[in-house]
Ligand binder design. Sequence first.
Ligand SMILES: [Mg+2]
Length: 286
Amino acid sequence: MITLKSRYLGAMLGLAVGDALGAPVEFKERGSFPPVTEMQAGGPFNLQKGQWTDDTSLALCLGLSLVEKNGFDPYDQIEKYIKWFREGFMSCTGHCFDIGNTTKAALLRYEENKDIYAGSVDDPPTNGSLMRLAPIPLFYFKSPADTVKYAGLSSKVTHAPINCIKTCEDLAKYIQRALHGESKMEIFRDSTIDFRKSYEEVSGKGTAIECLEGAMWCFFHSKSFDEGVKMAVNLGDDTDTTAAVFGQIAGSFYGVEGIPESMLSDLFDKKLIEDVALKLFSSAGV
Ligand SMILES: [Mg+2]
């Protein structure tokens, strides 16, 4: 029996574990690196083993904002994202060492004009709002309608293209169903993702649509967190984010006990991530 508290911990720690496992091979093409099987150091940002990137930092910002403001406050959210960007708030290394182009463009626009919905429909439809999403379905666990509504709005703070909004709405819905203990078939009952594709046909590339498809494909076609997270990372390209999106749904589905102990023990500042997950659990009033 997987408890709801375990699923909350799983959602946030799963996100961070996927991020940290993928970070050392981020931007590498599929097949161009030895398959990743465990946490390792290195990568484009020269991180220590178990350190995570912008995906987890921004998810922690969003989670803390929902808890501290007891609800959806886009002003507070973007202020926290700015604090990360400018001061390294919620960063593993104390500074912002990586930022997606779409997120950066939005934060710079916000600093200029103070429009809190800083995403632009003209920006590329990338996966930067998907990778930080889990706190929304965790906080709004009791209301499927609010989960979908605020998932879409949370995207618009930095990512306004319709595919970004739509994929966030879909992922939030899937995570919420996983938190409720639904089966994989039930979770994806109304999904447009084509699970008949082969592993070769899905990708780890950085658009929101490709990212959601790749991550959900790995979840649907694996039997455990361990198997699926390696499939997600080894898709290549945007490895940390594909695996972070996988980790959100798989952690919600299998609970924290489904995440390999070796990966959890290597995770940088696990306590901080647990703390935010538990605060979200308390705030959800479940
Ligand atoms: Mg990242």
